[in-house]
Design a protein around this ligand. Structure first.
Ligand code: F6R
Length: 261
């Protein structure tokens, strides 16, 4: 796992946008896995700026959402489908039909989850998956105790997650849906490159446990330890409880030019 400690989220966004730029320009039909929430917003802003400036072409890119709330209509402003359109894809040349999410409005949610897995497989898998991390260590909506081999399925959100996401629902945790369809940890681990973004002191404990703690279903983000190409991009406050920051900083500073994240 590579740990990149940045001075600001903006610096992190540039590093991650560069990596995405390499993926979309090198593949014939590149695929991106997209997270919602606050953590990836800087990356989306950077990609939009590059797209508008004409320095980044995303037209051939297919996108797969990490998760979707159950119980919100697809056009609800806080559905993850609406979020990603509003914050990212609508401002680029990514076609709306090329943005896929699990169908959390389906009557048969297990069937919808299987169809989503098939769609990801059918697109050749995900080249680069963006991730955030919950303060309880979740990735996607794989809450603590999620199987490390799990696939896309229905999950119940913890009260901690619903409280954290209340900010998108006028501060009302009760308005945050109780369930979501989420890519499983096994699904996420099949992406070719995982990039986890985190900033702020509220993430420090989960970040330290994910990177330096034991591999455990109790801290789903620790599953990144299993992946051959995982990059964690964090600011100093999110890195504040890590023990080996000197080593991570020295390694990144001494990286050979040719070696990308
Ligand atoms: C979002 C998602 C979640 C968030 C996590 C962090 O699609 O799957 O795992 O990445 O809850 O959220 P923020 O970035 O808002 O702190």
């Amino acid at each position: 796992m590579e740990i990149v400690i940045v001075d600001s989220s903006e610096d992190g966004a540039v590093i991650v946008a560069d990596a995405i730029g390499r993926v979309v320009s090198s593949g014939v039909s590149p695929t991106l896995g997209l997270a919602t929430g606050g953590s990836p917003l800087g990356v989306y802003r950077e990609l939009i700026a590059r797209s508008r400036a004409g320095t980044l072409r995303l037209a051939d890119t297919t996108c797969f959402l990490l998760d979707e709330y159950v119980g919100l209509a697809q056009d609800h402003p806080e559905s993850y489908r609406s979020f990603i359109r509003r914050e990212f894809t609508d401002h680029t040349d990514i076609a709306d039909e090329a943005v896929h999410g699990p169908d959390a409005t389906a009557a048969d949610l297990s069937g919808a989850a299987e169809r989503y897995e098939a769609a990801i497989r059918g697109a050749g898998g995900i080249d680069l998956q963006l991730l955030g991390i919950g303060s309880d260590g979740h990735i996607g909506f794989n809450e603590p105790s999620s199987s490390l081999g799990s696939r896309t399925r229905l999950k119940t959100l913890t009260e901690e997650t619903r409280r954290a996401n209340a900010r998108f629902f006028d501060g009302d945790a009760d308005a945050v849906p109780r369930y979501a369809l989420t890519q499983g940890i096994g699904t996420i681990l099949e992406a070719r490159h995982l990039v986890l973004l985190a900033s702020g002191p509220a993430k420090a404990e989960a970040v330290a446990a994910a990177i330096e703690g034991p591999l455990t279903a109790s801290l789903p983000a620790s599953a990144l330890q299993l992946h051959p190409h995982a990059t964690v991009v964090i600011d100093g406050t999110a890195a504040s409880l890590l023990e080996r920051t000197d080593y991570y900083r020295a390694t990144y500073d001494a990286k050979p030019e040719w070696q990308e994240i």
